[in-house]
Design a protein around this ligand. Structure first.
Ligand code: TUI
Length: 314
């Protein structure tokens, strides 16, 4: 069985975090992952503090095990959600899409373990200095908001830049990916896309179907022109948006086109108007199964790979 310092740090059985997927990771999914021995995470996304608090309480009602809250720092509600996290004494806060420096002292005073996603070495060093408990190095294979670097490069660079436990993310969907992340210096993984096929994940059936049928080339990155690149399924919406980025459209017209596209995908499964966030590993997601089974498969699958890793060393 694989056990690392992350298990003791977070009070979990397996070093697997569920990604903080905006509009998707609700209390039900988070509780199911935590019940399965990983760390489930409720995502605040663009939601208000009160809406997010409801999901936190749902998670609490479904599990006694620790779970986390992901705060999307570009959200207009980030300040109030950050405050709510302190009030609720959330065990673990992960952050994404920005710099959480201004909240770190408040969270630490509330006894929260803070684990920011870092997309650069500079951010890794800053977060280490400000007292993060661990770091998530998330490469651009991931779904949603992406940085410049791949997991293969970012993860070892972040490990070299910090003495904190590092969690690898982006491009990990099975035991081989978990083992590879460990080889690069990680002591845990964060997995998002694979959980889109969890029984407890409440996305629209069309979204789930598109993930199950996805192949290797079925995601693309859009949004670079406005400075918020996101990886999503290559749907007609994503293709049209990509074309619009290189047309004469103004920035306002362009951002109007994307407005509401994430929740539209999750709730309505609308292929014309929705943006279906997904990582490159969508091609590796083949069946619907309980979240706890996914957690177990990730860890059990990594063991033989890690044991066999010395086979070429003579
Ligand atoms: O945050 C994510 N993934 C996301 S957020 C999201 S919702 C969204 N809404 C509007 C526009 C864009 C996205 C969907 N998926 N992953 C974690 C992540 N964080 N990836 C990259 C980063 C990141 C980027 C820059 C973290 C820190 C950072 O620092 C910039 C700075 O301020 O120096």
């Amino acid at each position: 069985m694989i056990k690392t310092v992350l298990c003791d740090l977070l009070g979990i059985e397996y070093p697997v975090l569920q990604g903080g997927m905006a509009w998707i990771a609700d209390g039900r999914l988070a509780a199911a992952v935590s019940e399965g021995g990983g760390l489930g995470i409720v995502a605040a996304g663009n939601g208000s503090a009160e809406r997010t608090r409801e999901q936190v309480r749902i998670a609490r009602s479904l599990t006694d095990k620790p779970f986390g809250l992901n705060i999307m720092l570009m959200s207009p509600h980030a300040d109030e959600v950050a405050q709510m996290a302190a009030e609720e004494h959330i065990a673990v806060v992960t952050t994404g899409a920005g710099n959480p420096s201004k909240y770190m002292a408040m969270w630490k005073d509330a006894g929260i373990r803070v684990i920011p996603v870092v997309a650069s070495v500079a951010m890794a060093k800053l977060m280490t200095r400000l007292g993060a408990s661990a770091l998530i190095a998330e490469g651009g294979e991931s779904g949603g908001h992406v940085g410049e670097l791949t997991t293969m490069v970012l993860l070892p660079l972040v490990c070299d830049a910090t003495n904190l436990p590092v969690i690898g993310a982006g491009g990990i969907a099975d035991g081989r990916g978990v083992a590879a992340a460990f080889m690069l210096g990680a002591c845990g993984v964060q997995v998002g896309t694979r959980f889109l096929s969890a029984e407890e994940c409440s996305i629209h059936p069309t979204y789930r179907e598109k993930i199950l049928k996805a192949n290797d080339l079925c995601t693309m990155v859009t949004g670079k022109r406005l400075g918020h690149p996101v990886r999503s399924l290559r749907t007609s919406f994503a293709r049209d948006y990509a074309k619009a980025e290189y047309s004469g459209m103004t920035d306002e017209e362009l951002s109007g086109r994307a407005s509401g596209a994430f929740p539209t995908a999750v709730r309505d499964g609308d292929l014309e108007k929705g943006c279906f966030l997904a990582g490159q590993t969508a091609a590796m997601v083949h069946k619907v199964q309980p979240a706890a089974e996914i957690v177990r498969e990730l860890i059990e699958g990594a063991e033989p790979v890690l044991r066999g890793a010395t086979q070429w060393v003579k």
